[in-house]
Design a protein around this ligand. Structure first.
Ligand code: AMP
Length: 217
């Protein structure tokens, strides 16, 4: 099964993607996590990406298209994958469709999570992540332990550099301008399903899962 998670930053694509990943036993591929990892390791990709990420801008398409093609060739993608944060522009979406057609693994469903902007800003400002493994926390709904150490890997739990109010505003504007048009792109080809992203993590997960289970039967 090949899935795309669509939606503004902070709607919970990563959280839902990871749950679906463990249920369907296919990898959740977060391009944001891949880039943050590259930044923290100081690789050439990380050095290129950092400036764009810190400003809430998109990393250029040619970099991203190369990165995702390489990742999709990894053996763990053999039975499918979930894309979280990719594609983010029409050019990325078109080139992804072309590539997946070549390898005969077309997208089965595009899941869009929808949430009011005030709620997105509230979630992003209270979001925290583990620097080591990327595990998500939220000061309100899923608080980190008192010692601020990740229960999974022991890493430090921090606020993302791009979750500050000013960068969040830029990221939401970039989303509206560059990524929102993908809704029409996938709608036109009958692949989009929209889910409200309010409610508990489990409720949303169950809704998406029922839909996908029915689809693959
Ligand atoms: P995310 O963790 O998905 O919110 O991504 C964090 C940042 O990584 C974004 O604000 C972009 O700077 C960059 N990024 C992640 N995915 C992409 C993509 N598909 N295209 C361009 N930039 C991306």
């Amino acid at each position: 099964m090949q899935l795309v998670m669509l939606g503004a930053p902070g709607v919970g694509k990563g959280t839902q993607g990871k749950l679906l990943s463990s249920y369907y036993q296919i990898p959740n591929i977060s391009t944001g996590d891949m880039l943050r990892d590259a930044v923290s390791r100081g690789t050439a990709l990380g050095l290129t990406a950092k400036g764009y990420m810190d400003q809430g801008q998109l990393v250029p398409d040619d970099v991203m298209i190369g990165l995702i093609k390489e990742r999709l060739q990894d053996p763990d993608c053999g039975h499918g994958f979930i894309l979280d944060g990719y594609p983010r522009t029409e050019h990325q979406a078109e080139s992804l469709d072309q590539y997946l057609a070549q390898i005969n693994k077309p997208i089965d469903a595009v899941i869009e999570l929808e949430l009011a902007e005030e709620e997105i800003i509230r979630r992003l400002s209270s979001r925290r992540i583990c620097q080591g493994c990327g595990r998500d926390f939220n000061l309100i709904s899923n608080p980190p332990p008192a010692d601020n150490k990740c229960p999974t890997c022991g890493g430090a739990i921090v606020q993302r550099a791009d979750d500050t109010p000013e960068t969040v505003r830029t990221r939401l504007a970039v989303y509206q301008q560059k990524t929102k048009p993908l809704k029409t792109y996938y709608e036109k080809t009958g692949r989009l399903t929209v889910f409200p992203a309010n409610g508990s993590v489990e409720e949303i997960h169950n809704r998406i899962r029922s839909f996908l289970d029915a689809k693959i039967q």
